[in-house]
Design a protein around this ligand. Structure first.
Ligand SMILES: [Zn+2]
Length: 358
């Protein structure tokens, strides 16, 4: 694997991850770009004890073009067109988001009154292009490509964790126009937050109150033992529908060894994850014979807190519950955070298992 750091015309960092050691990464960004916007501000909600990022500048960002490769900013550049990636080809590339929710580029923030504390949205947001092929998808990547993406995630997790003020690194993929993705090109994002996210806080709180061992490890062991909701497994990983799934199709993927984050996975663990995960994604697409919109979320230990309690795992879920039906977060979920799931988790697991190619 070869890693090359370069910079875009407005100073943002761009990093190539190449399978081949002889890849030429000398191309420069020929565009003229506006200066980078300042970071969002964080406001504290004293009632929920959560930080909310207010990113006013994101409203003014240019609407990104849809669909075709001819106008895609994530395709490689060509003689005729300069994109976000100066090179004419790439394997995996990571760069700083042009309109980030969090960045190191912050102005001054004044008190806003009320009981809300305000501070700058320190951190970083990056885009990860999984392949240069516009019409591909994560599910179509080869094992070697998936392993390269995992190396990139591990690299970014370690680097971003070292930024002053960063408390948690989140690698994720949003896929599908149904969940608001306007760029069809296979890509994901990485958020380096200046606080521990609400969901991680909840999970670690539960783990700290559990006294029989490691809560995550025991959930995994119990699901493997029960078996009814296991969708796929190999020697090093298990994928299962959680007993109390929130989403119509939701699968959690755990390594069998407790590690805090992606940077702590071994080469063997990365290699074993690749075929299991892509077969899972293909099973998602096979359910209804239509592209499944999904969110794939890596839960990693925070940078400083609860690292011994946390357990790296991926939570993958779709909002599609039937060929032409989507689950929307309406009153109960959005207003009260109280989920109602119309699909029995055991049935979801059975449907997904039947789609797994062995
Ligand atoms: Zn593209």
């Amino acid at each position: 694997m070869k890693r090359t750091i370069t910079h875009l015309a407005d100073g943002r960092e761009l990093i190539y991850f190449d399978l081949r050691d002889d890849a030429d990464r000398s191309a420069i960004d020929r565009r003229t770009l506006d200066p980078r916007p300042v970071a969002s501000e964080l406001r504290y909600d004293p009632l929920t004890e959560e930080w909310i990022a207010i990113a006013g500048h994101r409203q003014t960002r240019t609407h990104q073009p849809t669909g075709t490769a001819a106008e895609c900013p994530l395709c490689p550049s060509s003689d005729a067109r300069s994109t976000e990636i100066p090179a004419y080809d790439y394997d995996v590339v990571v760069f700083e988001n042009r309109f980030p929710s969090f960045s190191g580029n912050f102005g001054t923030y004044e008190a806003v009154g009320g009981l809300s504390e305000v501070r700058p949205g320190v951190g970083r947001c990056e885009v990860v292009c999984f392949t240069s092929e516009h019409s591909s998808s994560f599910s179509q990547l080869s094992d070697a490509q998936v392993e390269l993406v995992m190396e990139a995630w591990a690299d970014r997790t370690a680097e971003l964790s070292a930024i002053e003020g960063v408390e948690q690194v989140f690698c994720f993929e949003n896929r599908g126009s149904e969940i608001g993705i306007t760029l069809a090109h296979p890509h994901g994002q990485i958020y380096a937050y200046p606080y521990v996210t609400p969901r991680t806080k909840l999970q670690l709180g539960a783990a700290s109150r559990y006294t029989k061992g490691n809560l995550f490890a025991d959930v995994l062991a119990a699901e493997r033992e029960a078996g009814a909701r296991v969708v796929a497994s190999n020697e090093l990983w298990t994928a299962f529908v959680p007993a109390a799934a929130r989403w119509p199709f939701e699968v959690h993927v755990y390594p069998h060894r407790q590690v805090p984050d992606l940077a702590a996975l071994t080469e063997a663990e990365r290699a074993a994850f690749a075929p299991l995960y892509t077969s899972l994604l293909r099973a998602f697409d096979g359910l209804f014979g239509v592209v499944m919109p999904y969110i794939a979320a890596w839960h990693q230990a925070p940078v400083r807190q609860g690292r011994e309690l946390a357990y790296l795992h991926l939570e993958l879920f779709s909002i599609r519950r039937a060929p032409e039906k989507l689950k929307y977060l309406a009153g109960s979920e959005s207003a009260m955070g109280a989920f109602v799931n119309d699909v029995l988790p055991e049935e979801a697991a059975r449907m997904l298992r039947s789609q797994i190619d062995h």
